[in-house]
Design a protein around this ligand. Structure first.
Ligand code: ME8
Length: 477
C-alpha cells in the first residue's frame, strides 16, 4: 500500500474576486478525497492554485485602482487564508504568473504540440466572452448577451495560433468510452461523449499580446513574443507544470497521471481540450475527472442582486471549520447540484453536530470517565466496508451518511441498554457496554478524519485519555 500514489488537483481559481461557497465546495471535496487516500496509507500529492493571466483579472484590478500584479498578490493572499480556515491540506499552490514554476513547463508543452504539427496560424474572427475566457457563438447569446455572465461579448478579429483538436476527436472518444479516462458520474461521461460525437473543432490557442497588459502577465508563445498563450491552454498545463514537467521534475515522474476535481461548467475544457493536448504531446491522460454540480442558494444561482450569496468566511467565523466541511460533505451530492441556505445550514448543524455527534461523544465519554479505569484506545480501527466503498467511489455524502447512521445506532444502543442504570445493579456488565461504546466511538472518530480532521482528533484523543472531549459543538439558536 505504501507505494500507492494519489495525485489530485482542484481547478485553479480566477483571482478577479473573492472566492464564494461554490469554490469552497470544489476545494473541500478535493481535500476530503486526498485526506481519505492519505488515511489509507497512500502517498498523496495535492495541488491547487490560481489562474492569473486573464483579462477579467486585469479588468478587476483596474476597477479597484490597482496595478494587476499588485492586485493579484492581495487576492491570492485571501485565497490562501480561506483555504487555511477550511483546513485544506494542499502540498502546492501554483500561480500561473510564476515564471519559474509554471512558464517553462507550459512552453515545453506548447513546443511538443508544435513538433506534432498541431499548431498553425490562422486569421480568425469571433465573439469572445471575457466571463468564460472563451469564444462563444451567436446562437449562445440571449438578447445579444452571454446568458451566464449577462455581458455582451467582444467582437474580435485577429491572427491566432490554432490547436488541431479536431485530429484527436476519435482518440479522445475512445479513451473516455473505455474509461481509460474515467469520467464520474456517468451522466457527465454521456454528456461529453455526445458533444464529442459532433466532432471537435480546432481551438484558438493564443492571443496577440495586449498593449495594456504589464510584463509578467501572459505566457509568451515560444518563438513569437507578439502572442501570448490562450488562457485555457496556459491554465490546463498547470496540472503538470506544477510537478516540474519540462524541467526534469521528479514529482512529474512520481505522480502523473492523476485525478482532477472540477465543476460541471468546465467539463469540455477538461474532457476535450486537455486530453487533446496530452495526446498531441504523447503524454498520459488523467486517470479520472470527478465532475461535481453547482451550489445554489434557495434554489437560485447565488447573486448579489438576489442577496442570497453565502460567504464561506462568514459561515466559518460563525460555525467553525469542521461544521462547514461537514455540511458540504454530508448535505451536497458530489455528482449533482446542491442547495444551501443559512436556515438549512443552522438546522443541519444543530441536528448533525450539536445534538448528534457532539452530544453522543459527550454522553459516552462522560460514562467512560466515570466508570472505566483507563483509556480504551483500540489497537487499530477497522474501517467498515460501506465507508471504504463509498469513499473509493467518491461518494462522500454516502460515506458521511454511513457515519451518521452509526451515530444514531449508538444513541439508540445507549437508550436501549441504559448502561448508566446497569452499572448500579451489575457493574461489570455495565462497564462492558460502556467499553464497547467507546470502541465504536473511536471508529467513528477515525472515519471522520477526512471530513472533519479536528473533530476526529478530539474524539480519538478523548477516547485515548478516557476523558470527556471539550465541548464540541454548542447549539445555535
Ligand atoms: O473556472 N458551485 O475558475 P473559477 C459549485 N480558472 N462550484 C462552483 C460554483 C458553484 N456555484 N461556481 C464555481 C475557472 N464553481 C478556471 C479553471 S482549471 C485549469 C481553470 C467551481 O474560479 C467551477 O465549476 O471560475 C470551477 O470548477 C471552480 O469553481 C473554479 O471556478
Amino acid at each position: 500500500m505504501a507505494d500507492k500514489k494519489f495525485y489530485l488537483t482542484t481547478p485553479i481559481f480566477y483571482p478577479n474576486a473573492k472566492l464564494h461557497l461554490g469554490h469552497a465546495y470544489t476545494t473541500t471535496v478535493s481535500d476530503i478525497l486526498v485526506r481519505y487516500h492519505r488515511l489509507m496509507g497512500e502517498k498523496t500529492y495535492f495541488l491547487t492554485g490560481s489562474d492569473e493571466n486573464t483579462q477579467k483579472m486585469v479588468d478587476a484590478a483596474r476597477k479597484d485602482g490597482k496595478e494587476p500584479l499588485e492586485f493579484l498578490d492581495g487576492i491570492v493572499a485571501r485565497f490562501s487564508s480561506l483555504f487555511s480556515e477550511l483546513s485544506i491540506s494542499y502540498d502546492q499552490f501554483i500561480r500561473t504568473t510564476d515564471q519559474k514554476a509554471h512558464w517553462p513547463g507550459a512552453q515545453a508543452l506548447w513546443q511538443k504540440l508544435v513538433e506534432a504539427g498541431d499548431i498553425y496560424k490562422k486569421e480568425y474572427e469571433g465573439l469572445y466572452c471575457v466571463g468564460h475566457e472563451a469564444f462563444i457563438t451567436e446562437k449562445d447569446l440571449v438578447d445579444g448577451k452571454c446568458p451566464d455572465h449577462g455581458t455582451a461579448p467582444e467582437f474580435i478579429k485577429e491572427e491566432n495560433y490554432f490547436f488541431r483538436l479536431s485530429k484527436y476527436s476519435d482518440a479522445i472518444r475512445q479513451k473516455i468510452e473505455s474509461d481509460e479516462l474515467l469520467i464520474v458520474p456517468a451522466t457527465r461521461k454521456k454528456e461529453i461523449l455526445s458533444f464529442i460525437a459532433q466532432g471537435l473543432e480546432d481551438v484558438s490557442f493564443s492571443r496577440p499580446r495586449k498593449a495594456d497588459w504589464p510584463q509578467g502577465l501572459g505566457i509568451p508563445v515560444p518563438g513569437d513574443d507578439s502572442q501570448v498563450m490562450y488562457v485555457w491552454c496556459d491554465a490546463l498545463s498547470n496540472y503538470i507544470t506544477a510537478l516540474g514537467y519540462g524541467q526534469g521534475g521528479e514529482l512529474y515522474e512520481e505522480f502523473w497521471p492523476g485525478m482532477h476535481v472540477i465543476g460541471k461548467d468546465i467539463l469540455r475544457f477538461h474532457a476535450a481540450i486537455w486530453p487533446g493536448m496530452l495526446l498531441s504531446a504523447g503524454l498520459p491522460l488523467p486517470k479520472t475527472l470527478l465532475v461535481h454540480g453547482f451550489i445554489t442558494s434557495g434554489g437560485k444561482k447565488m447573486s448579489k442582486t438576489l442577496g442570497n450569496v453565502i460567504d464561506p468566511e462568514e459561515l466559518l467565523a460563525e460555525y467553525g471549520t469542521d461544521a462547514v466541511r461537514c455540511f458540504l460533505a454530508r448535505h451536497i451530492s458530489p455528482f449533482e447540484d446542491g442547495d444551501i441556505t443559512r436556515e438549512a445550514f443552522k438546522d443541519a448543524y444543530n441536528a448533525d453536530l450539536a445534538n448528534g455527534l457532539g452530544n453522543l461523544s459527550a454522553r459516552i465519554m462522560q460514562l467512560a470517565a466515570t466508570h472505566l479505569e483507563q483509556g480504551t484506545r483500540p489497537e487499530a480501527a477497522e474501517f467498515p466496508a460501506e465507508y471504504i466503498q463509498a469513499m473509493e467511489k467518491f461518494e462522500i455524502n454516502k460515506a458521511a451518511e454511513f457515519i451518521w447512521s452509526r451515530i444514531q445506532a449508538l444513541d439508540q444502543k445507549i437508550t436501549e441498554q441504559a448502561p448508566f442504570k446497569l452499572v448500579k445493579t451489575d457493574l461489570e456488565a455495565g462497564k462492558k457496554i460502556i467499553f464497547d461504546l467507546t470502541q465504536e466511538l473511536y471508529v467513528i472518530g477515525c472515519m471522520l478524519n477526512p471530513i472533519m480532521p479536528e473533530t476526529s482528533k478530539k474524539i480519538k484523543d478523548a477516547v485515548a485519555a478516557n476523558q470527556k472531549p471539550e465541548n464540541l459543538f454548542a447549539r445555535h439558536d
